[in-house]
Design a protein around this ligand. Structure first.
Ligand code: ATP
Length: 277
């Protein structure tokens, strides 16, 4: 892709024994843009996310993250902890991974654990209530409340996350990732299981994150209405390789993309084609 990329994936491959889940894949994710990674089931999308976020060490290839005005970070050389802390890459998962027994506010505080631990001087300063700790704690609470406001859950701050409606839990997960103040936010099927109203709220939230925080977003999504509405750039995978990329309109009209979906699943193919009508 042309322009300013925050992430450049170059010739990425991931093999599991005889299975080639990702094969020589190259693409870029634009800074302050929403890039969607789509493709039929089993295309290799989550494996790409697992490589970018350090859950897997790729078999081959490089993944370069460029902070604005900063040094280039080679993600394939870091573990998941360093990728989140140093490269400031945050992610959500296909299945909700909140702490269900903790309140909505507590879930957002836990996300800021690293910053709080640092301010506590690894517990000592926190124990004696040093000003640096109190400032950091106040900042963490303010940030958590800000995100609860942004996702419309401030009135449910003290409710257990597990008791919230499914769509609210999905947005809470995104808020939790945003509390780490990421440069790149990776979302794995955030619209899965949402109804039309909840999907629209999700699209609105992601557009507001791009516009407000200027966070770059990499999105895996099967809900084509969300992909077509909010993506700046779409990368299409099938059987581990990139078969197409471009704007949502270019993708929608690409016969290779339609053929891939037709070959995979009738419902998905209909969704891609209907998204253009
Ligand atoms: N840890 C693993 N061990 C072995 N094979 C794996 C592993 N992870 C993924 N695969 C295989 O890699 C291929 C790509 O899987 P992946 O989950 O990345 O696809 P996907 O595009 O995310 O699919 P979906 O849309 O269904 O989530 C599949 O054939 C899958 O079975």
């Amino acid at each position: 892709m042309s322009g300013d990329s925050i992430l450049t994936v170059d010739r990425l491959s991931m093999r599991f024994g005889g299975i080639v889940a990702v094969n020589d894949l190259s693409f870029g994710a634009g800074r302050r843009k929403i890039t969607a990674l789509i493709g039929p089931n089993g295309a290799g999308k989550t494996t790409v996310f697992n490589c970018i976020t350090g859950f897997y060490k790729p078999s081959d290839g490089t993944m370069r993250l460029q902070h604005e005005g900063g040094a280039e970070i080679r993600l394939e050389r870091l573990n998941d902890f360093r990728i989140s802390k140093q490269a400031k890459v945050a992610r959500t998962f296909q299945n909700i991974r909140l702490f269900p027994g903790m309140t909505a506010l507590e879930n957002l505080m836990v996300a800021q654990h690293n910053a709080l631990m640092l301010a506590s001087g690894l517990t000592f300063l926190g124990l004696i209530g040093a000003p640096s700790w109190r400032t950091a704690e106040k900042r963490a609470i303010d940030l958590a409340k800000l995100w609860l406001e942004r996702i419309g859950l401030i009135d449910r701050a003290d409710d257990a996350a597990g008791n919230l409606p499914y769509g609210d839990q999905r947005r809470l997960e995104i808020a939790r990732a945003m509390c780490t103040e990421p440069a790149l936010l990776c979302l794995d099927e955030p619209a899965a299981g949402l109804n039309a109203r909840e999907s629209a709220a999700l699209s609105e939230l992601l557009l507001s994150i791009r516009a407000g925080q200027g966070t770059s977003i990499l999105l895996i999504e099967h809900d084509m209405s969300v992909v077509m509405e909010i993506s700046d750039h779409v990368v299409v995978m099938d059987y581990g390789v990139k078969i197409s990329e471009g704007t949502p309109q270019q993708i929608r009209d690409d016969p290779k993309v339609i053929a891939a979906y037709l070959g995979a699943d009738e419902d998905e193919a209909i969704a891609v084609m209907e998204s253009g009508t």
